[in-house]
Design a protein. Structure first.
Length: 279
């Protein structure tokens, strides 16, 4: 990746993080922690990798992204808005009674949302179905699914993983947001999913581990997934919950809590300062 592209991606990811804070602060509710931790992944997928067109969000030949951890709509919506699927200012209506931007993704209301999700484990299962349909229809689109590490507690995740390997869905890439924290705290103390990489490998997947905040590593992993044939790929993305906002980083309480007015102002100021440092 050249320096110009890397710099632009860092700027875009910061704008997406600002959108996340704006959305949850405006709503007074939502899930900032896990949205902030996947901002760089979303930036790379939506602004570099995925074959999509905001003018034609239902293009049957488009790449698909399923937000399996459906509570992280602030991250998904901010990425879609900055990509041009709907106005950025609409993020301020997040979770309002008359808004189309609901707390969980709704494919019937939000342009660019490929699957309605919310119940953990179901999104990856839907992504497997999409990838299998692509194979059967002899289409070349790719399917990406973003899971939370706490979501791996769900048995349906592993049923889907087994099916994906059985059908050799090499057009499917699952990305695990491995920030080590879920709503009740440390994932190893709630319901230990370790060793995550070894488990996906045991289920028949190609597995790659990366730093979720390094665009060069993200790019390399996504390209390796495309090149790998005969197996689906799981990217275990080591991330920081609340990435980019000092008081939210590595703090489980920000899994599902919105910042108050002063806290939101501090978060936006920090992100603005980082943007200035990139100039």
């Amino acid at each position: 990746m050249d320096d110009k592209t890397r710099l632009q991606l860092k700027k875009t990811a910061t704008l997406i993080r600002k959108g996340i804070i704006t959305a949850v602060a405006s709503a007074g509710s939502g899930h900032p922690g896990g949205s902030l931790s996947i901002a760089d992944i979303l930036t790379y997928l939506y602004f570099v990798e995925m074959k999509i067109d905001p003018r034609n969000p239902k293009d049957p030949d488009r790449d698909r992204l399923v937000m399996s951890k459906g509570h992280c709509t602030p991250g998904l919506y901010a990425a879609l808005a900055h990509r041009g699927f709907f106005p950025i200012e609409d993020l301020e209506s997040f979770r309002q009674a008359d808004s189309y931007l609901e707390g969980h993704p709704n494919m019937n209301k939000v342009p660019g949302v490929d699957m309605s999700t919310g119940s953990l484990g179901q999104g990856i299962a839907a992504a497997v179905g999409m990838a299998l349909a692509g194979k059967l229809d002899k289409k070349d689109y790719r399917v990406y699914a973003i899971l939370g590490d706490g979501e791996l507690d769900e048995g349906q995740v592993w049923e889907a993983a087994m099916a994906a390997a059985h059908y050799k869905l090499d057009n499917l890439t699952a990305i695990v947001d491995y920030n080590r924290l879920q709503i009740d705290g440390d994932i190893t103390k709630v319901m230990n999913p370790e060793p995550i990489a070894d488990k996906f490998a045991a289920f028949g997947w190609n597995v790659i581990s990366i730093n979720a905040h390094d665009f060069d590593e993200i790019e390399k992993a996504v390209n390796q997934a495309k090149e790998y044939k005969g197996k689906p790929t799981a990217i275990v993305a080591h991330s920081v919950k609340g990435k980019g906002v000092s008081y939210m980083e590595d703090q489980a309480q920000w899994h599902g809590s919105a910042p108050k007015k002063e806290q939101a102002e501090q978060a936006l100021a920090e992100l603005d300062e980082y943007l200035k440092s990139l100039e």
